[in-house]
Design a protein around this ligand. Structure first.
Ligand SMILES: C[S@@+](CC[C@H](N)C(=O)[O-])C[C@H]1O[C@@H](n2cnc3c(N)ncnc32)[C@H](O)[C@@H]1O
Length: 319
């Protein structure tokens, strides 16, 4: 099966394929290639299709390149953040695409590599950058240099962390004596910010929310998504589809808002035909986001918070 990869199991694969409905000869954009599980399924399901795949993580991209090598020229891969997808489409000379997929966040491979610093479960350098080559600061800089207000805001907005202030204060207190350089050290600081009875009763490790929040801040994940959503609908062909899988309530809200806006539509005057306007709208496939089945959730814990939204671009002629 296409999504089966020992390093990462693709989430909501069947639903994503059903909604994207890849067709022969179609052009598809996968903005979050990861290990290429969804991409491979797209290319397999529509033999004449071509896929432009992006990832900002060069290491993931190289693995995807190997996994997709058998598709030859049908898989065109770029080391780019998806906010810059237009550079890839322009390089390929693709004005329009027939479908786009985003499967946000990090892959299991990234989470499970201690040296990437994404996880509080294993000790490693406090890094969390998806792209280690672009020179942007990692979590270590953020944690050791951020002000109280900055840290509290990140933990509140991206982590919905109830103890954001307490954790931010403790980080600042600890780092005044010695810099916080490792994931284990940070996880311990967060754990100790929680009252013992909370720690005992919590379903997840107390550092879960804070680590996700810091990762989102380090990689400007919300900014990436907002920028992408601001222009992608225009690049979809009529009949083209957008499928977006998110793992965070804030991201799902951005996707929902964008699709609702597309559903209302945008109209433009038709050149050379006075009085005629073309309107492009979205037909939404699901009233509510699709979640993984209980079976998928038990096989793949990453699927627990996944939410999929999808739509198709349609055209109305208005006189
Ligand atoms: C959940 S994984 C995708 C897994 C993939 N769909 C599969 O089935 O193998 C998310 C991937 O998207 C990448 N990513 C996250 N945000 C990105 C962005 N803004 N631009 C490009 N890649 C991004 C991550 O580096 C990671 O490899």
């Amino acid at each position: 099966m296409a999504g089966e990869c020992p390093l990462h199991k693709s989430v909501l694969l069947e639903q994503a394929l059903e909604d994207l409905a890849p067709r022969d000869g179609g052009r598809y954009l996968d903005g979050t290639l990861g290990l290429g599980g969804h991409a491979r399924a797209i290319l397999e399901s529509a033999p004449g299709s071509v896929l432009c795949g992006l990832d900002r993580d060069g290491e993931a991209l190289e693995i995807a390149r190997e996994r997709l090598a058998s598709f030859g020229e049908r898989a065109k891969l770029f080391h780019l953040p998806f906010s810059r997808y237009e550079e890839a489409l322009d390089a390929l000379g693709w004005d329009e695409i027939d479908g786009v997929l985003l499967d946000l966040g990090v892959s299991s491979m990234q989470l499970d590599s201690p040296d990437r610093g994404f996880s509080f479960r294993t000790d490693g350098p406090l890094d969390m950058r998806m792209d280690r080559l672009d020179g942007a600061p990692g979590a270590r800089e953020l944690v050791n240099r951020g002000t109280f207000d900055e840290l509290k805001k990140i933990l509140t907005e991206y982590g919905e962390e109830p103890l954001a202030g307490k954790i931010a204060r403790r980080i600042i207190e600890v780092r005044s004596k010695e810099p916080v350089n490792t994931t284990a050290r940070l996880a311990e600081i967060i754990r100790l910010s929680y009252p013992p009875e909370w720690r005992r009763s919590a379903r997840n490790h107390p550092a879960t929310r804070a680590f996700q929040a810091l990762r989102m801040a380090v990689n400007d994940e919300a900014g990436e998504l907002v920028k992408f959503l601001g222009s992608i609908f225009e690049r979809l062909a009529v009949g083209g589809r957008a499928v977006i899988i998110s793992f965070h309530s804030l991201e799902d809200r951005f996707v929902k808002r964008a699709m609702k806006k597309w559903e209302k539509g945008e109209c433009q005057s038709v050149a050379g035909e006075p009085g005629t306007r073309s309107c492009f709208k979205a037909r939404l496939f699901h009233k509510k986001p699709v979640m993984a089945s209980d079976d998928e959730k038990s096989e793949n814990p990453r699927a627990r918070s996944a939410k999929l939204r999808a739509c198709e671009k349609i055209k109305d002629e208005v006189i």
